[in-house]
Write a protein of this length. Sequence first.
Lengths: 327, 165
Amino acid sequence: MKAFEYATPETKEQAVSLLGASWGQAEILAGGTDLLALMKDDVVAPKRLVNIKEIKDLKGVTSSAEGFRIGALTTLGDLADNANVLKEYPALADALNEAASPQIRNLATLAGNLCQRPRCWYFRNGLGLLPKSEGGKDLVAEGENRYHAILGNDGPAKFVSPSTIVPALIAYGAKLRLVGPRGKREVPLEKFYAIPATETEREHDLRPNEIVTEVIIPPAHGVMAAHYEIRQKATFDWPLAVAAVALTMNGSRVESARVVMGYVAPVPWISPEAEQALVGQPINAETAQKAADAALGNAKPLSQNAYKVQLARVAVKRAILKAGGAA
Amino acid sequence: MKKNVTIKVNGADRRAAVEPRLLLVHFLREVAGLTGTHVGCETSLCGACTVLLDGRAVKSCTVLAVQADGRKVTTVEGLADGDKLHPIQEGFWEEHGLQCGFCTPGMIMCSHDLLEHHPNPSDSEIRAGINGNLCRCTGYQHIVAAVRNASKKMSKRATARAGAR
Ligand SMILES: Cc1cc2nc3c(=O)[nH]c(=O)nc-3n(C[C@H](O)[C@H](O)[C@H](O)COP(=O)(O)OP(=O)(O)OC[C@H]3O[C@@H](n4cnc5c(N)ncnc54)[C@H](O)[C@@H]3O)c2cc1C
Ligand code: FES
Ligand code: FES
């Protein structure tokens, strides 16, 4: 690990002023479970680490008419044990309980989870998010791509979005609040992720001197939601496909649907095709299968990952059946 | 530039000026001289380096010593009361919960967090509770038995203590 300067500000304003206006100068340190791994491998080598753990405004959870507000520093473990999450947001609770291992959940913060960097092995070996050979060849397309994207992979980005919690949060309609040198802003979580087209862009819409301060999930009365993920090993591994589904019903028929996949594209992948296939339908094995087929209709696997199309389809189908109470 | 840190390790304050990039596990082993905490992968995968940070299990190879400044750390050396082993240590002893012993300090510290928060776990909860710890020798069966044994002892002692009041 390269040497760095370590700063522990006590307010958001101090923290913002300690961050640089361009990437590479300073990094925010929350739990450190992702950032320290990247720094050990010299993939990220900031001159300054800004430890935000002493900023009181970023802690705690509260419920109000607006919804459930989760401070950026809330750990995945504390959130998984939160009574409100267990009662109102079961799909989020499932996603949290399946993520990583107890030791990681004790340190990992929610904002760190949303901002964690992709697991792509080319990126983690210092070859960048859009890795190219010296001759300009696309290393992922021509190389080891069994865990890479099957959707949204037409451009140079072929990594997959790494959080297993984000799909459930997007299905519930979560928003993010950020603070930067020009004040606060709010973004729907689904708009926070973007597919980079050049190596200087990141995979999220976070400015180098911005801090995520909180996540707000709207009330979920009457929402039926579920999370389903497929892993190679039963526990403690990164998944191959994740699906989160949120339904509102009119009697026994679907009134509106959200279908979000993880680990299939460089961004959390929302499927309007699957949503349309569900509206007006009852939930059963046949309608769930049709929606799952629609969700993967545009999939374009790479040379080694055609198997992921079927896994993602199964994840979507099972998440729909689980949300509808039919699984 | 070095930073002064004070970390309460097993009840005693340890003060040192450290490089911000020093990992907590190296602070424990090299500065505090406590080599019970092992380093396996140093990439937060194996769990051999698990210690308690303010009572919660963490992988000390992925925590900076400066992040632990002002906080309490418990290592495997901090569990026994003199010659009297902690019930989790007794559980591993009685059920042969180890072979080479490399994973054992991490397994014990992770089980400590589990049993403090779920005093009577089922076998599947025990397995989920230690799923961030790898063991290359035992096949895990004896480790699960050791944790089950410890949970019984700990709840028996808790009941005895409650009865004495
Ligand atoms: C073995 C292992 C298994 C894992 N399995 C899973 C899994 O199954 N599912 C899953 O979703 N994740 C998994 N993870 C990833 C883990 O959830 C993340 O590492 C963790 O959530 C990051 O949170 P942190 O607080 O430790 O972030 P840090 O490591 O401190 O930061 C991560 C990134 O976010 C930035 N950041 C942090 N906080 C903020 C903020 N408030 N505002 C702006 N930027 C910020 C940092 O600068 C850094 O770039 C796993 C990790 C490991 C090591
Ligand atoms: S040495 Fe820390 S997890 Fe392996
Ligand atoms: S006893 Fe040898 S690694 Fe677990």
